[in-house]
Write a protein that binds this ligand. Structure first.
Ligand code: FRU
Length: 483
């Protein structure tokens, strides 16, 4: 048998647990040089089950070390999604020796199987005074509940300095509720948000409230995960730009805006305690088929960590995401192809070899259309590109490999262009079973899974007659599993 990191489809530049099921990233906090990543985990199998918090750590956001499971289900229920903070001033009193603790704020979920059909959710705490190695659940749990608390979950907590208080952003059915607290234990209702705004095709989950400094102005972004109701089906992430005054969030627009147009980036939230950086990681899957994708010993993985920023696009301000620059440390020697257009050029029409994982950077400035096709020796193909007729980016995985495990999997997905300047610079991160497309400075993003029967080993370019691709830079990436 193969070592775990060489199993078929195993991500080489993304975090996945060695074994068993994973969904949402949880409790991301940076402290003393370590990035903590917790996650929804079922150690009893490769499908969703009673939820635990698994744990992984990294010093560089690239290489992850899987740690022991940190939170187990208890008499109050399963351990659902939530966040973690560094309580610098020890407002909670959980600290030791004058030092602030790490505090996790999560949802306890009472499963319908235990209540004869009803589920209940409430918010609880756990703390650590040894850099996240061991956690103690608070004896006063739960700290926030409602009488009929179904769909009342995924607390994301931040320290609101102007009001010297904690703010909790909570998903409640298909709206958001904000709560405040001086000490993480006592919570007061502040306001709700979301009626008649944004997309409501499903339940709202895993929210995040993030402040950005944009040219000296403070702008708040409310990230709201939604399932189903995403633009390309199933689970997706919308966001709202606006203002937050310590009690109320007011959006500056009513239309839904999407962080990622691909089907496979869900439940993403940001790390806390990262100073000026806003770093998000998402779950690289979709509830449509997360339980059925054809991996064997583990199921699902995270996206690469992404740096968020606000970018102007015409008269709009939008949320852009780009892979964190730390990923550069995986880069091997680049191959550069320039001025590709003449039929005899290397990538056209016959394919060039490629070894995954790889980073590909395209400069398609001036081109009205192009596409790139990855293939293997049995003729399975993943196609992506820019489509002239619709003026959209697209990824087509209908012939990419296994897809019969779910009827929603095979398909062609598209994403709009936001950039006013037709730059068309595209970065692709391609792993054994996933692709992440970042176009136009991260304004258009698409994340997609695929499951070819053998790894893609070749790629070719297609251009319209007379078209010229300025450059294609191909860099093979080192696996994060080989040090
Ligand atoms: C989102 C979600 C959360 C919940 C968790 C349960 O994917 O449904 O709302 O806390 O997964 O595992």
């Amino acid at each position: 048998t193969l070592p775990w990191h060489q199993e078929p489809y195993r991500p080489q530049i993304h975090f996945s647990p060695k074994k068993h099921w994973v969904n949402d990233p949880n409790g991301m906090v940076y402290h003393n040089g370590v990035y903590h990543l917790f996650y929804q985990h079922y150690p009893g199998g490769t499908t969703w089950g009673p939820m635990h918090w698994g744990h992984a750590t990294s010093k560089d956001l690239v290489h992850w070390e899987e740690q022991s499971i940190k939170l187990y289900p208890d008499t109050l229920g399963f351990i659902f999604s939530g966040s973690a903070v560094y309580d610098r001033n020890n407002t909670s009193g959980f600290g030791r020796d004058g030092k602030g603790p790490l505090v996790a704020i999560f949802t306890h979920h009472v499963d319908p199987s235990q209540t004869g059909g009803k589920n209940f959710q409430y918010q609880s705490l756990a703390y650590s005074n040894d850099e996240g190695k061991t956690w103690t659940k608070y004896a006063g749990n739960p700290v926030l509940r409602k009488p009929e608390s179904t769909d009342f979950r995924d607390p994301k907590v931040l320290w609101y300095e102007p009001g010297k208080k904690w703010i909790m952003t909570l998903a409640v059915k298909d709206q958001i509720e904000f709560y405040s607290s001086p000490d993480l234990k006592n919570w007061k209702y502040e306001s709700e948000f979301g009626k008649n705004l944004g997309a409501h095709g499903g339940v709202w989950e895993c929210p995040d409230l993030v402040a950005f400094d944009y040219n000296g102005k403070k702008i708040w972004v409310l990230i709201v995960n939604l399932n189903p109701g995403a633009p390309n089906g199933g689970s997706g992430t919308q966001y709202f730009l606006g203002d937050f005054d310590g009690s109320r969030f007011v959006a500056s627009h009513t239309d839904p805006r999407w962080m990622d147009f691909g089907p496979d980036n869900y439940a993403g939230i940001t790390w806390s305690n990262t100073g000026d950086r806003r770093i998000l990681i998402g779950w690289m899957s979709n509830w449509n088929y997360a339980n059925e994708v054809p991996t064997k010993n583990w199921r699902n993985a995270m996206t690469v960590p992404r740096e968020l920023s606000l970018q102007a696009a015409g008269d709009k301000l939008l949320l852009a995401s780009r892979p964190v620059p730390e990923l550069k440390r995986l880069e091997g020697k680049p191959r550069l192809y320039r001025n590709i257009g003449a039929p005899e050029t290397e990538l056209l029409p016959s394919p060039a070899p490629i070894q995954l994982p790889a980073l590909i950077e395209l400069d398609a400035t001036g081109l009205s259309a192009w596409n790139l096709v990855f293939s293997n020796e049995v003729g399975e193909e993943l196609e992506l590109g820019f489509d002239k007729a619709s003026g959209q980016y697209y990824i087509d995985r209908s012939r990419s490999g296994a897809s019969s495990f779910h009827k929603e999997f095979a398909g062609r997905h598209s994403a709009p262009v936001f950039s006013a300047t037709p730059g068309r610079k595209v970065t692709l991160l391609v792993d054994q079973s996933s692709i992440e497309l970042f176009a136009d400075k991260g304004l258009t993003v698409m994340t997609e899974l695929f499951f070819p029967s053998s790894p893609y080993s070749r790629f070719r370019l297609n251009l319209p007659a007379g078209g010229n691709m300025k450059s294609v830079r191909v860099v093979s990436l080192r696996s994060i599993h080989t040090h």
